[in-house]
Design a protein around this ligand. Sequence first.
Ligand SMILES: Nc1ncnc2c1ncn2[C@@H]1O[C@H](COP(=O)(O)OP(=O)(O)OP(=O)(O)O)[C@@H](O)[C@H]1O
Length: 591
Amino acid sequence: MRVFKNLGWFFKLEKKSYITGLVMLILVALMELVPPQVIGRVIDRITTDTLTSNSLVLFGVLLLFVAILTYIFRFFWRVMIFGASNRLGRTLRKQLFEKYSSMSPAFFGKRRTGDLMAHATNDINAVQMTAGAGILTIADSVITGGAVLVTMALTVSPKLTLIAMIPFPFMVILTSWYGSILSRLFRVAQAAFSSLNDKTQESIAGIKVTKTFGYEDEDLKDFTNLSDDVVKKNLKVAKIDALFDPTITAIIAISYFLSIFFGARMVVADEISLGQLVTFTTYLGMMVWPLLALGWFFNLIERGKASYDRIDEIMNTKSDIGNTVTTDSVPSGDITFDISEFVFPGEDEVSLRDIHFTLREGETLGIVGRTGSGKSSIIRLLLREFDTSGSNTVSINGTDIKQYDIKKLRRLFGYVPQDNFLFSSTIRNNIAFTNPEINTASVHRAADLSYIHHDIENFPEGYETVVGERGVSLSGGQKQRISIARALISDPEILILDDSLSAVDAETETAILRNIEQNRAGKTNIITAHRMSAVRNADLILVMENGRIVERGTHDSLTGARGWYYDTFKAQSLRRNLTKELDETLEGGGE
Ligand SMILES: Nc1ncnc2c1ncn2[C@@H]1O[C@H](COP(=O)(O)OP(=O)(O)OP(=O)(O)O)[C@@H](O)[C@H]1O
């Protein structure tokens, strides 16, 4: 029953629907008491030869009237109770999605996508069932069952009613025992379903890699194993599920036997009439549904409880990134990093050390260094994907960025992440993501700046071409450039290109960077790259190694210093010139 307590807030919210629904249920229960009474009376009148055609018509009209009212009331309770439970599904889905949206990347790094999806589908469905069918089954078994028992006792015989009820406590004990086993098994089955969900999602997302390595058979085997596991665990649930109905049917059968055995003796002893015994057994037949409903109720609440706990665990997870706003000012100005040490949450190793620099507003910062040297980590701190602690700060205009409203802070940035992601929508919608109402000319301009306009115009449907979930029909370079257009369209105060030019050729890179330089006067840019040519014109270049800044300066000062930057720049320039020469030679030879 704890799940009902947990859902108390919702029942309060939907008080009107539930109360109306329950009143309708009570009325249906009362209506259902009438037909057995009519049958009993007709039989008694037949046996005493007092049945007239007038009274027969009257009984018929009464039954018809009761049938019509039952039909109407049944319709309304369904609309009220199931309508409310559907609204619960909607509310929970919204709350869960809001929770997901508010969580930091660290949360998504730790959880599996399939699991998060299963919470939003299967688990919410199970809780919704508890608030719909769960309420119905308990109300129906108590109201209909109670009304039938009271009527049996009042209109036929309290003694016979008690005899008929002897097996009922066994049923309650057995079904609640099945319920507790079911809860455990259901939790395990839902977890298995989450894993299967996760596997499906990952297999589809990684299908290209799987195919390239020729690993389809292994992938299928993994999938089949997980799928078999889901079946096995659900079969266990089904086995316990299957115990509910036979138990209840057996209890009812015993109850019937006791009623007829003792009822017949009471008829013979003239304690009740034959009509009353028929009425009694008809009522007993009417107890089948309330008792089945009671069994289902235990089944449903156990499933609801298991799923509610799984959702609750997510809802109670606190985001690593808080939003305690202590300043009203809008973030803008110079960016200063003052970090002695930064450790990613849950890690032991220090990832960034002694990162101290200031980037003036309107200037361009270039960050270079070997892979894993800490370039993206600097960006992630600025974006508040992770927070610094202690005296370590990242500030904008002299204020720690943790003191700004996180949404206002993030509106500052036009960010092109390393693993760019395109939504399954049109190219236009992907570019206009931050401002869907923006005019076509601006979309084209952003695409022009990121050097993708002509490619897009050559697509079958131009800007209306739909890209797959991960832009499967586009080349890596095209995806990167569409992501750059998406970042540029809002003319952000701070543009961040995190290794975002890696998939375009050197000429395209130069052209895009020139466009950015010419069109973003007075705005800040941060570019991380492996190619030194991408940061050549930056006002400040940081060279990272093992989480530290090992060189800093402008292109000229760094080449003068003859360190890693110079060596790498020279090697890359040489390679670039050689490739160019080779291309020209091959082209010349081909003519
Ligand atoms: N969320 C995280 N949790 C723990 N460690 C992390 C996390 N993200 C990055 N790291 C670690 O921090 C170090 C720096 O990673 P980072 O992504 O900043 O390097 P990078 O210079 O951008 O590399 P690349 O050029 O390959 O993109 C790496 O050792 C990486 O494993």
